[in-house]
Write a protein that binds this ligand. Sequence first.
Ligand SMILES: [Zn+2]
Length: 191
Amino acid sequence: MALGAVGFAPAPMSHFDNLYPTANYSPSCGDGAAVNCQADGTYHSFYIHSSVPSLFRTGLRAAFNDLGTTDIDTVELTWSDFNQTYDDVYIYGLQLGNFTAGRAICRYAVNTRVCNAWRMELDTEALPSGYEFAKALTYHEGLHTVGMTHGGNAAPAQTDTDADLGCLRTPVVSGSRFIGNHNINQINAFY
Ligand SMILES: [Zn+2]
């Protein structure tokens, strides 16, 4: 099938491909891009800035621990261990506005497909639902930092609420606080 051509992520165990680049989503990765670029490898560190509310930290750590059960290895770094330029995910809270709860932006692109350092922004005003929402949002943004896309960017395109999208459903809801077997299969097939 044509979608299996060189350059597209393999999706041997699923009915859709949502690991960047897909046949429906292949913008160039670059510094400052809000693109779901590939991670640079299986080592994926994260640092939680003090601007992230304490309630949110618990959800963040739980979500990254779960991501670490895939073929991606996650580790939390302290500030003294964290290299601002070259380490993976720098997470901080701010007021994003425009009803945006979170976003993942590439800080340092290795090339037009791969990002080595991310900034995950979480809206401190969008957390009225507390821990469960925090966890769901962290799963969602965390999977963006390893190249996972929304349903509309999958190939073939899916509705953004398709159950197989797990935490990548949009809008993010507390009920999507799990990675999901489909996404796990996609990650493990690629990394
Ligand atoms: Zn998203």
